[in-house]
Design a protein around this ligand. Structure first.
Ligand code: GLC
Length: 823
């Protein structure tokens, strides 16, 4: 491929062309601080919430230019040539270029005029900052007198406010050079939460380990009139202007250092930037730069990372941590190397990013801030086999968003608390499967009886900023986790329309069907199916804690709902998608657009609602109408006109986003459904069609080859079918990992033990899975001599044949050799 390749061991993606068709990015993050960075140094950073606590400006929505970023300008004093060491923003073609996106770090290497530079960016394991370790080498035969200029542009605060009120927001800026610590510090004295202004207890900082020969904080006086960072005035001979204070205008962090290099010599230094608590700063003078204590708060962090050895040691620890997270658990080996690479490394990494930050910090869309409820439930479920403790933590937090009436807040932000926007109707069904998976993985059924506070309604009253919110801050009684789940599902079961199917309200899984139920009449067939699935799971949970009659009641409810779906929503060849407030049945054959939707078919299988002939028919219909060269489309045909009965979904251009794109999350639901239906060939091929590292044409696909896209543009788009869009933060990662490991390779956690039920493409004659499970290790060797797609003939554990396909007897600390024969 002309833009780059994976490293040999698959843990780095090495970009060799500075301008791939889209910014190809990485997320450098701990659980509090995150830096998004492209191959050319572009990107932004934020603390705990990517909307309301952003440090750096980046022209979001204008990703084509991919600026500004974390730059290092270099100027040769003798030749007077200048360049930027990350290619951007000056964009002079480098003699060589390599950007290596790794697990927890990104390194950009360039060579200009015989000066080789290597910038490694990372975010420490715990501290709320980012560190750039910079190495510059003189490859020429002459001594070099260089000036180097680390550069960033500040946002500080709320990104949405910034977009609307840019020249008001900068009036709140105070940025200054602190002589005692040789660092640039700054803040806005207050910031926005969701609803109100709050004093800002944080201070941003920017500093380097080299002696400071100049510093600038004002954007305008540094870049110059009619100029940008792509042709900044300060690089001109004698043009660098010190500006130690920036007050009420656009602010930057710009330092000037000198670097003398002998022929062949290499020097290293560090740049550190971030945000930290500055406590209750006493204002002794008139201006913030007279805050005497401010510098003391950042000094510790600055001292730590300005020490080159310490910075490098931390980098190694970060790398180790990520390697442990990613490489130290489930591993697969199949005849398909692309499959192995994405499953063993990159989809797990993507899944961590999703778990840490949900759907907000995008390189493409508006970055609404906070974390979504449904997304977080799915992310937490999907990561359970590699990080059960993380799942547990999230379950407790998410459960604290459930109210006494069984409804759930639509999400939360780590800076402003529970979300108060319009609730989608499907939130209630998602936590139950997550809890079940957690228990199946760990055996920890005690979690069901853990007491968790209910959320007091915050949707109407608003929410005060509580920066240390850990969940359940405003309590209204408490109940066990099981009771929370029960309330959740009881709510959805009774929140139904005239047909008896759940109301869709302001949307269900599909955010774009946002008008179908605003009059509280529209019903969702998909949601009914999802409810059936969760009710069945809740019945299993009830049995675990000996609530037999409850279990029966939940099964009855599931039965009742299945019956209704089968009576009302079967359209002859497939299930329809729903009914609007006016009673319009969408996803039905008689319609012009939106005749058949994917989700009601996949979930008819996932929920067990479809049986016998219907199952066969709906599968044939998905093959016929929805499957294509680049995977399953979300529905067919696309809408070409706004349909006010349905909503925003119908506004997108044909094939984009929720208007009949190949929505990878939904396509992966179908992969799992295909496995449940025993269709190994189709399941595997549908997975391959959207696999980022298995695309045949990156001029067309465009987005990163190492992270799943939210969608590929769908077949009805006039000219962009197959283009990837909105990468990284998508439920695709989680479902994909589950589909690959639990469904295709078929190694599943179960209440009773480790269940093995692969569903393979027939050409796979052999594969291996190794996996920790409840303290033991399993080395599983699957043999498929006859090319079966499904069906386990026998299982041997340490050479002994077991009954059935669940491994029940094992001990922690032991490794078990498992041989599985299909056929
Ligand atoms: C986005 C959202 C997800 C939603 C999907 C379909 O991926 O993050 O929550 O289900 O779109 O609208």
């Amino acid at each position: 491929m002309k833009y780059g390749h994976f490293s040999k061991d698959g843990t780095e993606f090495i970009i060799t062309n500075p301008s791939p068709p889209r910014p190809w990015i990485n997320y450098l993050t701990n659980e509090d601080y995150c830096a998004i960075i492209s191959q050319a140094g572009g990107g932004y950073s934020f603390y705990r919430d990517c909307r309301n606590d952003r440090l750096l400006r980046w022209e979001q929505g204008n990703w084509e230019i991919d600026r500004p970023g974390r730059y290092l300008f270099i100027r040769d004093k003798d030749t007077r040539k200048s360049w930027s060491a990350t290619f951007q923003p000056l964009r002079i073609p480098p003699k060589s270029f390599k950007a290596r996106h790794g697990l927890g770090y990104t390194t950009v290497e360039t060579n200009y005029y015989g000066i080789r530079s290597e910038l490694t960016y990372f975010v420490p394991r715990k501290d709320t900052c980012e560190v750039w370790v910079i190495k510059i080498s003189n490859l020429t035969k002459r001594p070099k007198n260089l000036e180097v200029f680390p550069y960033v542009e500040w946002l500080i605060g709320d990104f949405h406010m910034e977009i609307r009120y840019r020249n008001i927001m900068n009036l709140y800026n105070r940025i200054w050079f602190d002589k005692k610590t040789n660092s640039i510090l700054g803040r806005k004295t207050a910031v926005w939460g969701d609803m109100n202004i709050q004093p800002n207890p944080y201070l941003i900082f920017f500093a380097g380990s080299l002696p400071v020969k100049g510093c600038a904080t004002q954007k305008e006086s540094s870049l110059g009139r009619f100029r940008t960072e792509a042709n900044p005035a300060f690089l001109g001979e004698g043009k660098f202007k010190n500006s130690e204070f920036c007050s009420g205008e656009d602010g930057i962090g710009l330092l000037k250092h000198e670097l003398k290099l002998k022929p062949g010599e290499t020097k290293e230094f560090v740049v550190v930037m971030g945000q930290t608590l500055c406590g209750d700063m006493k204002i002794d003078g008139r201006h913030p730069w007279q805050y005497p204590k401010a510098a003391a708060y950042v000094k510790k962090l600055l001292d730590k990372y300005r020490d080159l050895d310490e910075a490098k040691r931390e980098l190694e620890k970060v790398k180790k941590l990520w390697q442990k997270r990613i490489l130290g658990n489930v591993r697969v080996e199949t005849p398909d190397k692309d499959f192995d690479k994405i499953v063993n490394v990159w989809v797990k990494y993507q899944l961590y990013i999703c778990n840490f930050w949900s759907r907000s910090p995008s390189y493409y869309h508006e970055s609404s801030g906070g974390r979504g409820y449904r997304d977080s439930c799915q992310d937490a479920e999907s990561i359970v086999s590699i990080d059960p403790e993380l799942t547990r933590k999230k379950i407790i937090k998410i459960a604290s968003l459930i109210r006494q009436d069984g409804t759930s807040a639509p999400g939360w932000s780590d800076t402003t608390g529970p979300a108060n926007h319009r609730p989608n109707k499907d939130h209630q069904i998602w936590l139950t499967p997550t809890v079940a998976s957690y228990i199946k993985e760990t055996g920890d059924k005690g979690i069901l009886l853990q007491h968790i506070p209910y959320l007091k309604d915050c949707w109407i009253k608003g929410w005060e900023i509580d920066r240390n919110w850990k969940g359940g801050a405003a309590k209204e009684g408490a109940g066990t986790l099981f009771e929370h789940l029960e309330k959740n599902l009881n709510f959805t079961f009774s929140d139904v329309g005239e047909r008896g199917l759940p109301l869709i309200g302001h949307a269900d899984w599909n955010d774009g069907i946002d008008a179908a139920g605003i009059k509280h009449k529209g019903e969702s067939v998909w949601l009914a199916m999802a409810l059936v699935r969760s009710l069945k799971i809740l019945a299993e949970l009830a049995n675990l804690i000996n609530k037999k009659s409850k279990a029966e009641a939940f099964l009855d409810m599931a039965e009742v709902m299945s019956g209704k779906i089968n009576k009302i929503a079967w359209d002859g060849q497939w299930y329809s998608r729903g009914f609007t407030d006016e009673g319009y049945n969408y996803g039905a054959g008689k319609n012009e657009a939106g005749k058949i939707f994917l989700n009601p078919q996949s979930w008819a299988i996932l929920s067990g609602v479809a049986k016998g002939e219907r199952l066969k028919k709906l599968i044939a219909s998905t093959d016929k109408y929805l499957d294509g060269k680049y995977g399953y489309a979300l529905f067919y045909p696309a809408y070409s006109n706004y349909d006010s009965r349905l909503g925003r979904m119908t506004m997108f251009s044909e094939g984009t986003k929720e208007n009949a794109a190949v929505f990878c999350h939904a396509a992966t639901f179908m992969t799992v459904a295909n496995c449940m239906a025993g269709r190994g060939n189709t399941a595997y091929r549908s997975m391959k069609k959207i696999m980022p590292n298995a695309q045949d044409n990156y001029e067309l696909y465009k987005t990163e080859p190492y992270a799943y896209a939210e969608y590929l543009i769908g077949p009805e788009h006039p000219y962009r079918y197959g283009e990837g869009a909105f990468t990284w933060i998508t439920g695709t990662a989680g479902w994909n990992f589950m589909a690959a490991t639990e469904w295709i390779l078929g190694v599943q956690h179960d209440y009773k033990g480790l269940l093995i039920d692969p569903c393979l493409p027939e050409e796979w004659k052999e594969c291996r899975v190794s996996r920790p499970f409840r303290g033991a290790n399993f080395e599983i060797h699957i043999k498929n001599p006859r090319g079966a797609q499904k069906g386990v003939k026998e299982i041997l554990v340490n050479g002994k044949k077991i009954k059935g396909n669940i491994i029940r007897n094992f001990r922690p600390g032991k490794t078990y050799q498992v041989e599985v024969v299909m056929g």
